[in-house]
Write a protein that binds this ligand. Structure first.
Ligand SMILES: Nc1ncnc2c1ncn2[C@@H]1O[C@H](COP(=O)(O)OP(=O)(O)O)[C@@H](O)[C@H]1O
Ligand SMILES: [Mg+2]
Length: 500
């Protein structure tokens, strides 16, 4: 027994009070006594008590009244009634009024101890049960508070939030999601996600995430197009305490205005480039007329200055053409005319066109083609542009006397096109940047090369629009190889095109 427990014995007979004290004290109880109900209530006021042993019949205030008072003021304290023979019925009445048990006089010591101990146990159990109930109520309250807080936060967010089960049933979504997706079910009403979102990419991404769940934090970011709207969707899995998948969460951010701004910027660049091209072309032509001597004889100095000027104008025209190409690719109009192509022809023509440029520089330009090239589905003009850029680069960034080699390797589903040179090479830290728009490597040996830094971004844009990829391998001072991989057309597919 941890703290000493107190028993109040209420009886008008001193023998009983003393008897009970003698029995209970050795058991470790503190025993208090009172001669009648009135006294007992006074004692209870002063002393915390655990159990009451109360005689049924007493002068001044009997057990029934004591019971009534105690049950009101100290509902915790069990009351055990002491009765004489023949008054058992009244004792039973007391039980009905809330007494815990009764013992009959004359009683045996061990019986009294047993009943008191049982009453205490019951009291302890009741207390514990009450405590648990209070704790439960408290944690339910905390949970409800937390839920309400999360609900408020999610409800106020400008970004859409969608929560689904692992079966992609919508279990929660906020007003922003309703606004962005336009056809969400009413709040708190489930439904399959696929029924509410027209863009299939979201469901597909969520299914991928679910199928590959590894118990780690992982998310997929993608752009969705819904009617006039562009949304950025960030999806992640929700795990339970045992890392089991509970569902998915997607946050939707409206990027329509960014897209519009981006398009405005592209349109602006496109328009300005276009406007600049005609006057520059005119100036270029006039220079040519003058240089050809059709406007009178020129001195050597005049000729040299005009030539230099024309070089600059050509540089500007190249840049403008590149900018127009970038705009065309970004608008998605650049590669629309994809047809079945044998790249051998295009490679041959491009190499022939650049032959003179290579010769000027004392470079050998080699083209190694197998007798038969697998066919690809591509836009001819775009392919020409890719190879012109890659081969021009190889020529531009290779010192005089070097070699540029164009070759192909067939990998079944893919055709690899290689442009290798024995040039200045590209430092490893520059490689990730060379495909960026306007990025040019500063290299002392290639300072004189005129360029815009747009060529490789155009190449990458075109190749990716053809579901291909571009890779670079380079050793500074040794040379560079650009490898383009393009999907080939299988025999089966070729039949669909009505060709052999
Ligand atoms: N074959 C190559 N060898 C070495 N450097 C290269 C090669 N091709 C491209 N580069 C580097 O990548 C940069 C970007 O190329 P590109 O986009 O075609 O722009 P530009 O040729 O107009 O500078 C070049 O400025 C050059 O520094
Ligand atoms: Mg270039």
């Amino acid at each position: 027994m941890s703290a000493q427990e107190t028993v109040l014995v209420v009886d008008d007979e001193k023998v009983i009070r003393d008897g009970c004290t003698r029995i209970l004290s050795p058991e470790g109880f503190q025993v208090l006594t009172a001669e009648n109900g009135q006294d007992a209530l006074e004692v209870l006021d002063r002393q915390p008590t655990n159990v009451i042993l109360c005689d049924l019949k007493m002068p001044v205030m009997g057990a029934l009244e004591v019971l009534e008072e105690v049950s009101q003021r100290y509902p915790d304290i069990p009351v055990i009634i002491i009765t004489g023979h023949g008054t058992v019925e009244s004792a039973v009445d007391c039980m009905k009024k809330g007494a815990y048990d009764f013992i009959t006089k004359p009683f045996r010591a061990d019986h009294v101890v047993l009943v008191v101990k049982r009453a205490l146990e019951k009291q302890a159990l009741e207390r514990r049960a009450r405590q648990l109930q209070e704790e439960r109520a408290r944690s339910l309250y905390a949970l409800a508070t937390e839920q309400s807080r999360v609900r408020t936060i999610v409800g106020c967010m400008a970004d859409g939030v969608l929560i689904t089960t692992p079966d992609l049933e919508v279990v929660l979504h906020n007003p922003a999601a309703t606004r962005l997706l336009e056809s969400m079910p009413p709040e708190n009403q489930g439904g399959a996600l696929a029924d509410y979102i027209s863009d299939e990419n979201l469901c597909k991404a969520l299914r991928d995430l679910l199928a590959n769940a590894k118990g780690e934090e992982e998310y997929i970011a993608q752009e969705l197009i819904l009617g006039q709207k562009y949304l950025r969707a960030l999806s992640a899995l929700v795990y339970g305490p045992e890392r089991q998948v509970l569902g998915t969460v997607t946050v939707l951010h409206d990027i329509t205005s960014f897209k519009e701004l981006d398009e405005m910027k592209s349109n602006f660049v496109h328009q300005v480039s276009h406007e600049l091209r005609s006057p520059l072309s005119a100036i270029n032509q006039q220079h040519t007329v003058i240089l050809d001597g059709l406007a009178g004889e020129l001195t050597a100095k005049q000729r040299e200055l005009l030539k230099r000027g024309q070089g600059r104008i050509q540089g500007l025209l190249d840049m403008i053409n590149d900018l127009l190409d970038v705009a065309r690719i970004e608008s998605g109009h650049g590669v629309q005319q994809q047809v079945v192509l044998n790249l051998a022809d295009i490679l041959g023509e491009t190499v022939a066109l650049l032959e003179s440029k290579a010769e000027e520089r004392g470079l050998s330009l080699e083209l190694n083609l197998p007798p038969e090239l697998p066919l690809v589905q591509a836009d001819a003009r775009s392919m020409e542009e890719v190879f012109t850029n890659l081969i021009s680069n190889a020529i531009n960034y290779t010192p005089d006397g070097g070699t540029v080699t164009v070759s192909t390797i067939s990998h079944g589903e893919y055709l690899e096109l290689r442009v290798s040179d024995t040039g200045v090479g590209i430092a490893p830290e520059e490689i990730p940047k060379i495909f960026d728009k306007f990025y040019r490597v500063k290299h002392p040996e290639t300072r004189q090369v005129i360029g815009t830094g747009l060529g490789l971004s155009i190449v990458k844009g075109i190749i990716e629009a053809h579901r291909g990829s571009v890779e670079v391998e380079s050793k500074p001072g040794v040379g560079t190889t650009f490898r383009v991989l393009l999907p080939t057309i299988s025999e089966g597919k070729l039949a669909d095109y009505g060709q052999e």
